[in-house]
Unconditional design. Sequence first.
Length: 278
Amino acid sequence: MSLRGAIATKQSPRRVGDCFVGKITLLATTLLIVACLPLDPIPVTEPPLPTETALPTSTIDWFPASATPTLKVLPTYTATQAMNPGIGEQIINDNFTDQKLWDIASSNIASATIKNKHLTLAVEPGVSIASLRRDVTLGNFYAEITVRISLCRADDNYGIIIRSTGDSFYRFILSCNGLIHVERIKSSVRLTLSDPIASGDVPLGAPGEVRIGIWAVGGEMRLFLNERFQFSIIEKTFPSGAFGVFAQSKDDTPVTVTFSDLKVYEVNYTAPTRTPTP
């Protein structure tokens, strides 16, 4: 009920036993308010401590349907340029021994588990999963992580998530058919930022192994595979956020990929100012 324009009057409450009784009059209507004190205090029970970190909340759609893409033009670089300049001090050296640092969980259709210095993501056909490390917010950085592919074929894919804040993040995707591309997910709406392109550094199914690197400074993000530059994308929506990994089954077979040896470095780099053309 809206009270706009209404005139309210209030009478002082009086005590009756363990209750307080009062009246509130709104226009021609009188409400009787009774508030009773509990006879005995209610004991507070401490909740049980969690045994493991749950996966991201189910309200986040990590793999939403694609919106109509507005494709970005990828800059072209010569082979002589240093494509990951300004790398400085190492800030993370994760050998995947601390389960508290990552989202882990297990079910009959998907799991994210840490064992023997590896983070393993496994999904049944048509299922996807993501796991994030949330204790560090990364803005400008260079990160490398090793991926081993145990089960993967055709359009199945895996990769890394960067600058994640809730249901918004960037996702760099490697498909088991040898293609790579990047997407932006903003409030569960997916936008493809680059056309899928073939790379000889992507394993064609299982078994296989690849070292993924990401150089991110400001609005520019550069993808490396096995220390070789692949492409660069300019997108300034998300300046910083958490780092994560994912796996997705697109076909009728399960997917299993394992991540290890994560290293993250600071990057101190300022892009050169272009000389104005006369």
